[in-house]
Design a protein around this ligand. Sequence first.
Ligand code: HEM
Length: 487
Amino acid sequence: MLWTVFLLLNGLLLLVLLYSTRRRQKNEPPLDKGLIPWLGHALEFGKDAAKFLARMKNKHGDIFTLRVAGHYVTVLLDPNSFDSVLNDNDLSHNRIQLLQRIFSLSLPNIEPAAEKKWMEQHFQGVSLSRLSRAMNTHLKNLLLSNQEGCNPSEWKRDGLFNFCYSLLFRAGYLTLFERGDNAAAVYKEFCTFDSLLTKLARCSLKREESKTANLSREKLWELLSPDWLNGGSESSSWQQNYIRFLKEAGVDAEMQKRALLLQLWTTQCNAGPAAFWLLGFLLTCDEAMDAVKSEIKGLNLQDVSSQHPPINPLEAHRTPVLDSVLSETLRLTAAVMINREVVQDKILCMANGQEYHLRQGDKVCLFPFLSPQMDPEIHEDPQVFKYNRFLNKRTMKDDFYKNKKRLKYYTMPWGAGRNVCVGKEFAIATIKQFVLLVLTHLDLKIDEAHGTFELPAVNPSRYGFGMLQPDGDLQVKYQLKRRQHEE
Ligand code: HEM
């Protein structure tokens, strides 16, 4: 027995040594393995990826290879060179492991290209206006029913994050999923699951957290499971169409149920936090709030609401100020990581002509949050919220430069290439509609009783997982406007 343990330990040590003896070859990016064998930089990466990668960029420049939990990851931070990764077929977008780890989900029969096509069909074109109309109706109903039974002259109090996320989540759930009766319960359970999601992805859950995450996932599978999955009558909704798509691809009933949680997360986890940051920036920047309110005043809301069927004022009018505020919000708070796997040894060509050899089996990672989004060469005072950063008088500003070269990618909240967000148009319409509804129906203010007038800091563990979330909340108070559109 002792001998077996001894031999196993020896084998393990040999493996660790083998892994830690990788050396940088000619033409490869700078290699930084970190001090801890096998783990490398995993701990620092998971704690605050933005801070860590900014430090690595200062040390090594726009491209470098890191050891992270046994993997070698080449990080590319030059937006002028992003296309060499985004358009390369030798770099594959593999999400199998993550789906298994986070959602306990395996979809081997689903072709990524077929799924993308299905999503495009159901979130864009004709489907987009249908979904946007349904979303508007749900948002308005929820916002107004939130006020029912309240004395109109009394202020309601809440954290701004919870206010935005719960409203947008429930309206989104009612639009895409069935069982409107359990929207509040799904939101509550989803918050528990989402709070553990980054640790699930990094396999860093403690024992108790792991139990909570598993239990929460199971509860959500049940809550999301529509009656007709168990033989009840079918209805025609986005959710039902999605299940049909899975069935046709040969996915079994259990995995169909689990896939619904993946879709709930994909479709609902970003819009609420984005609306929180947007309203938070407006509430803490008078100049921006005045500019947005003045633009809304010019929209002539009465004019469009008298039409049959009513036209969404945001479709009927251009809103360059609100558009710039949204782009600026997302520049500061959207932090996706675009990951690819190197399928076979290849040469990566940078925009400056330099070429680097990438090894088969390594990973490549783009982190647009650091550059272009927070790059001082591209955006002056990148930490500062400037509501008109993306505004050219009455049009959107889209000319930004690095090294005197005009950039194709000057902000990338929606990803790009094969990773681009399929729900981008729907998300933009939703967030703008929500802001319009809040600003026209409610008096919303920072709750001075809490003595905090600033936005909370970002939760640093969420870098890499789409929209950032705050560490804490901004307390606000709100009441229905006496006479709407009076301002
Ligand atoms: C502010 C809001 C949003 C942001 C910033 C955002 C951002 C993104 C990003 C960066 C990706 C690529 C992720 C990756 O490949 O790693 C993505 C994918 C996706 N998004 Fe969004 N998203 C938002 C809202 C939405 C909404 C409201 C929907 C639909 C209701 C949606 C549907 C999707 C879908 C279906 C994908 C997967 C695309 C694929 O795998 O091909 N998103 N989103």
